[in-house]
Ligand binder design. Structure first.
Ligand code: DGL
Length: 274
């Protein structure tokens, strides 16, 4: 039987991680769950995030037979990775470590910036992961960006203004701390859709890290026992993907293709309780 990888996010932003996985593991079966009824996780407490994330992980393992889990949500990875690992009997990979490793590979100065949700920043998970890679990290919560991306305003002038304000504040804080950042980590599943805008606005020479790619690489290595380069730039259309959501199925089907790079197909509605 074809092995199944379960991919979980609070919403459908994690489809950016699934996209990178599909390009590397096209012959794997994927089950993706977006906990859209309880999105956003980024403004909630650790306890609540862990409860939601564990229920979601258990669905993918128990009901979908996932033999490997990728937590394609920065907030759940930052606050609930341990809880998920304890709750399911399969290997679980989050996005934080691979993101920090990619930052280390990209940074010459050793100083990196991280933008993420409130909860992710409060957890300090990126700072800790960067620190263990020998990097200094400065994190900033950018809570306005998720709703702007969900609205589809990825190239809108208002979004550009908001991104400018956040990046300017971050630069001023880096200056005040005498940091010399040369790398910016997109620490939220929604931000890769803003990458072209962010790359245009960010200071020249700033490397922009999308942890979706590094997570997919790490997952392919762990799952296959070897590193896998993306087979194709285009997302394979025939790879087997089943998508589940706890609410907003219609919105998921409509907007999901922007994140996945191909049609998401029919999204199945499930109920995980409260
Ligand atoms: N998926 C979340 C993340 O990557 C963003 C959306 C949310 O706040 O739930 O942090």
């Amino acid at each position: 039987m074809t092995p199944t990888i379960g991919v979980f996010d609070s919403g459908f932003g994690g489809l950016t991680v699934l996209r990178a996985l599909l390009c590397r593991l096209p012959h794997t079966r994927f089950a993706f769950l977006g906990d859209t009824a309880r999105l956003p996780y980024g403004s909630k407490s650790r306890r609540t995030i862990a409860r939601y994330a564990v229920q979601s992980a258990q669905f993918l393992v128990r009901e979908q037979g996932a033999q490997f889990l990728v937590i394609a949500c920065n907030t759940a990875s930052a606050l609930a990775l341990d809880a998920i690992q304890q709750a399911v009997p399969v290997p679980v990979l989050g996005v934080i470590e691979p993101g920090a490793q990619a930052a280390r590979a990209a940074s010459a100065t050793g100083d990196v910036l991280v933008i993420a949700t409130d909860a992710t920043v409060q957890s300090g998970a990126y700072s800790a992961a960067c620190h263990s890679q020998g990097l200094r990290a400065l994190e900033k919560a950018c809570p306005l960006l998720v709703p702007l991306v969900e609205e589809g305003w990825t190239a809108h002038p208002i979004t550009e203004q908001v991104v400018r304000v956040y990046l300017d504040e971050l630069a001023a804080e880096a200056d005040a701390r005498s940091l010399h950042p040369d790398t910016l980590v997109l620490g939220c599943t929604h931000y890769p859709l803003l990458r072209p805008l962010i790359e245009r606005i960010a200071p020249a020479g700033m490397a922009v890290i999308d942890s979706a790619e590094s997570t997919a690489e790490a997952a392919a290595r762990l799952f296959n026992g070897r590193a896998a380069q993306p087979d194709a730039k285009d997302v394979p259309e025939d790879a087997e993907v089943r998508c589940f959501a706890t609410d907003s199925v219609e919105k998921f089907e409509r907007l999901g293709s922007r994140f996945l790079g191909r049609a998401v197909g029919r999204v199945e509605l499930i109920d995980l309780g409260g």
